[in-house]
Design a protein around this ligand. Sequence first.
Ligand code: ADP
Ligand code: MG
Ligand code: MG
Length: 904
Amino acid sequence: MERVMKQAAKVKDPSPHWVFTFGAGRAEGDAAQRDLLGGKGAYLAEMSRLGLPVPPGLTISSEVCAAYYRSGKKLPEALMPMVSEALNVVGKVAGARFGDVDNPLLVSVRSGSRASMPGMMDTVLNLGLNDETVEGLARRSSDRRFAYDTYRRFIQMYGDVVLGIDHYLFEEALENYKSLKGFELDSELGPEHWAELVARFKSIVEQELGQPFPQDLQRQLWGAIAAVFGSWHNARAIAYRRLHDIPDDWGTAVTVQAMVFGNMGGRSATGVVFTRNPSTGANELYGEFLVNAQGEDVVSGLRTPQPLTEAARKVTGDRRPSLEGLMPEAFADLKAACAKLEAHFRDIQDIEFTVEEGRLWMLQSRSGKRSMQAALKIAIDMAGEGLITEQEAVLGIDAAQLDQLLHPTLDPDSPKLVIGKGLPASPGAASGKLVFDADEAVHLKAQGHTLILARVETSPEDVQGMHAAAGIITTRGGMTSHAAVVARGMGRPCVVGAASVQIDLERETLSSGNETLAKGDVVTIDGSTGQIIKGRVPTREPALSSDFLTLMGWADRHRRMKVRANADTPADARQSLAFGADGIGLCRTEHMFFEEGRIVPMREMILADDTDGRRAALAKLLPMQRKDFVALFEIMAGSPVTIRLLDPPLHEFLPHGEAAIGEVAAAMGVSPQRLKRRVAGLSEFNPMLGHRGSRLLVSFPEIAEMQARAIFEAAIEAGRKLKTSVEPEIMVPLVTAKAELDLVKERIDGVARAVEKEQGVKLTYSVGTMVELPRACINAGEIGKSADFFSFGTNDLTQTTFGLSRDDAGRFLGEYTEKGIIQHDPFVTLDPAVGELMWIAVERGRRSHPDLKIGICGEHGGDPETIRFCEDIRLDYVSCSPYRVPVARLAAAQAALSPMVKPR
Ligand code: ADP
Ligand code: MG
Ligand code: MG
């Protein structure tokens, strides 16, 4: 509320601060103001403050974006004089003037939002050129070729971004012109050719628009500013925000910045550099550049960029010189700037730079997207270098993405038919069916296919398709190309620049030598080696890297909550321990009854007419259950194990079909007809809300007794073998009231006394309940008096709070998130209302039973946001599937270290 009022007051302020200048070693804004200035504007300001060579500029704050949309896409009147004034300041620093015929200032008009949305919004370069100022630029630079190349670039970009003319028309015109003149490369064109192309480009605009290309520079400027604000709502920006959970109301800032020119000839260049290797994390400069190029030329994939450093050149065997070799002074400055920025921001930086006639200019810096492997290595290295603390290293890793490291890798011993090799842009292995179109990838994914998307290069339009694919191949572009950067950010394995394979988009084939794969054929890629392999390759469990183990060790030092696993089988239990689980939080016993030789006695038990019949069948099941529990206790070697008594409705176990019914009837010595009647009698309208959980145990306490006996006898047996005491935790499902729990508990205690007497030992065990119904949360104060522990079963608690079955929700829940009725799928991320019920249960339970142990064992127990909430309400542990255990360990540490701050 307070914030809203402050904001309102700001907007009403007669002279709002909307424009922030930077350059020449100073700036009005800084890196902390990314909400207002966007990431790009804020970091440009900070770089300028740091004394790095940044072309001067001004940033129009994102508040103006809001105003622009509020007033029906109009820029506020008050903005114009502010920008004009700031532009004068910028011109003074740059030594030129906007619109000056002799010495024109050219600017870029750049987008930039609070969250990085690479390439999703628009940018216009070289603005400030018309038929007069282009001559001024030619005179000033004494280079007509450069001046007219710049002018045609401007017309093309402005035409595309502001005037809405398809850039393809310009590209086609350039290609036609080149073939007409017999040129192959752009570099063969002289000044007169570029001037002629400018004329052609202008006539394209006139043809498409029915109006000449705007010569009025003010109109150009305001047109571009409005277009950049407008690009906040272009389709791909909206789609990107959906994908990354970025609110629509943040808006973009606009930065207007003096141009520097990488296209001024052989001593000029433009490039991209990461301060460390974003794929492996190695501490080495990692980047690419192009001589005599501008802006997006490097990432567009149209020309193949050159390696930045000598070391990288040697690795790739590139014959062309590196920046280090070609422009040693600019390279040295770049290297120093990288070190300075990394030390200042204490994170790997992704930097855009341009060299204009030998002089370095910094154009952008942002925290670098990196693969999960790289993220780990960088965090650990930086902690080792003293750049960040151990806590910051733990906080800096995205827990939700950690499980990428647990994905299988290609089995090195299996034969592979490698059909091509590209650059290893994003690590990991993936197999899938080839698809060549991004939209089709989205479509096929929805039908359940696993896909590898193959493109010549990717562009922002392809992002959703990349997300839908399990892996990505491109045949052009380098390690900092769009495909590489986006794939690393998403954690998709990716091979780029695979020049030895050809993609035919018309025929939808990928070929190499005499191998041709068509759409739908299975291909495997290894993003760690760059290999493209025909068919599927077997995978194997990944070895956990020492970086991984180090970080996990740090996480364990800082977490308060225990992390357990939901594990039903010995294999699950072993996996849980391998991933560092502190115990088992949920062992479901029902699956045990489906095994070979067990289902028949189970069915006998269910279909028995009376208690005696049931007891006879249960007696057959007892040794089997006991054996399972012994195995589990032995593997867990004294770590806590929570076993849940039988939960599902009995009909799930019933025989269907003549053969199955006949078999059970024979075993029970009754007629099939009689058995059928009994089956029919057990059917329920709504079994999930029917006779299950504790209700079943209340009706048939002998089931609870058999299971309790199996557990106790197993605990004694395993304890003897392990020479330690095994203390089982027995969990009663689906309780709504204290009396219900008491009835079952009484039986369990009775069995415990009996077993103690039989075996002459003393048992230590606890009995608790799954809290999974709203009524249990409300009654938690009472229930807590009888329970030793609570474990939130958030799957059922979510279903019953919403009155919604999870199995039916899939059909329409997507619409609910799309329409904003709910924010997240409540079966993935805990719903706040469900959270509030948990909070009530914790409060009431602990009030009546101060040392009540409380955990969570629903699917949500492995979701980082839910884990944060569990820390906030002080649960003792979370329990999740074995493969989520590392994620949960890290998320629990992050929650403990900064309960209210989200990791980067
Ligand atoms: P994006 O957010 O899509 O990267 P940018 O605003 O960063 O868009 O700009 C696109 C390209 O133009 C980048 O390569 C950037 O370095 C370059 N560029 C932007 N402003 C200037 C400038 N003032 N001088 C030279 N190059 C620029
Ligand atoms: Mg950029
Ligand atoms: Mg349940």
